[in-house]
Design a protein around this ligand. Sequence first.
Ligand SMILES: [Zn+2]
Length: 132
Amino acid sequence: MLFKKKKLERQISLQKKVLDSILSYCLMKHPNEAILILKGNSKHGHVLIDGLVIPPFNYSGPTFAGFPQSFLPFDMSYVGIVHSHPTGSANPSLTDLHNFFGVVSLIVQYPYGDDDIFAWDSSGSLIKLVIL
Ligand SMILES: [Zn+2]
């Protein structure tokens, strides 16, 4: 018998209340970039995001945002980060891919509407994003 390897169908689910918090945080930080840690759980390629953490000692400007990862407590519920792009598209920059954290990176582009948020994996490929 031949078993076909099923391609892992990846999907990111984001709770609407978390999306609303992300979008208002991006607006608040504008014209600087906003950066937040995504909390949730990940199994079998499916990531559910149900909370946010403001990273300690985070810094940002119009074209960058980051935080020292050495100050983060070890927490299995950290699934990735979200940050904003006040100018340009929601495509991840090379720096974004180099600083990849967790399993998913959400990027919000200006003007931070419900359709301005996209999910990426560590190789810069788009992942399906569903709002719950
Ligand atoms: Zn970026």
